[in-house]
Design a protein around this ligand. Structure first.
Ligand code: PEP
Length: 250
């Protein structure tokens, strides 16, 4: 049985004081959630967010991590730094990082290894651009992205990662993959894991959908058999919206 996981991706929004206020507002609204609840906040918000969330069912995550343990990498943050600040999760390979910051499948893999070795749970983003879907490459692409991202992890480590299937054309656009499209592609990702690592490992990995998920469409998406949760951008910035997504079962 996979426990659903709903994670907010705040992107470059919310100062530390705003982060504290949003978490305080969220706490009573999500306290009875059946899903794991995560908020992935800007790095400077992690410590204050973790402190605000202490004793609640809200987990804090980061939005990126460097792959080296330390050294001359000006402006970067190591997995140990994020962990000590209070992060438990970290988004890796978000399409915005792939598009604007030169992230590749290989650096995604290095970041995943660094995160897992430091005890962080990676939320690994994969997904196709619109022209790739139209050209019929979606299944091959998400399979490739997933396999490269997981290279070098043990079976037990793979069981514990989270994968977010995020069609790039659905992120921040208001366009959502249909329930069936999302379910089908997530099924392809799970099958790829099964083919390489076996049925038991594949059955344990939680695979989210991300891309304009909101209080209106969450129920339909979450009713699909392969979809284990959501990575939520825009709708995670307001407590009523995010809590409505988190409490999709109500
Ligand atoms: C995201 O940034 O991961 C995302 C899914 O954004 P949105 O929900 O705004 O489409």
């Amino acid at each position: 049985m996979r426990i659903p996981i709903i994670a907010g991706n705040w992107k470059m929004n919310k100062t530390p004081s705003e982060a504290k206020a949003l978490i305080e507002e969220l706490k009573p609204l999500v306290k009875d959630a059946e899903a794991t609840v995560v908020v992935c906040v800007p790095a400077v918000d992690i410590a204050v967010a973790a402190q605000a969330a202490e004793g609640s069912n809200i987990h804090v995550g980061a939005q990126n991590v460097h792959f080296k343990e330390s050294g001359a990498f000006t402006g970067e943050l190591s997995a140990a730094m994020l962990k000590e600040a209070g992060a438990e999760y970290v988004i890796i390979g978000h399409s915005e990082r792939r598009t604007y910051f030169g992230e590749t499948d290989e650096t995604v893999n290095q970041r995943v290894l660094a995160a897992v070795n430091a005890g962080l749970i990676p939320i690994i983003c994969v997904g196709e651009r619109r022209e790739q879907r139209e050209a019929g490459y979606t299944n091959a692409l998400v399979t490739y992205q997933t396999m490269i991202a997981l290279t070098g992890l043990t079976d037990d480590q793979i069981r514990n990662v989270v994968i977010a299937y995020e069609p790039v054309w659905a992120i921040g656009t208001g366009l959502t993959a249909t329930d069936e499209q999302a379910n089908e592609t997530i099924g392809v990702i799970r099958k790829a894991i099964e083919n390489r690592y076996g049925k038991n490992v594949a059955a344990d990995v939680r695979i989210q959908y991300g891309g304009s998920m909101n209080p209106k469409n969450v129920k339909g998406l979450m009713a699909q058999k392969e979809i284990d949760g959501g990575l939520i951008g825009g709708a995670s910035l307001k407590a009523p919206d995010f809590s409505a997504v988190v409490n999709y079962q109500n």
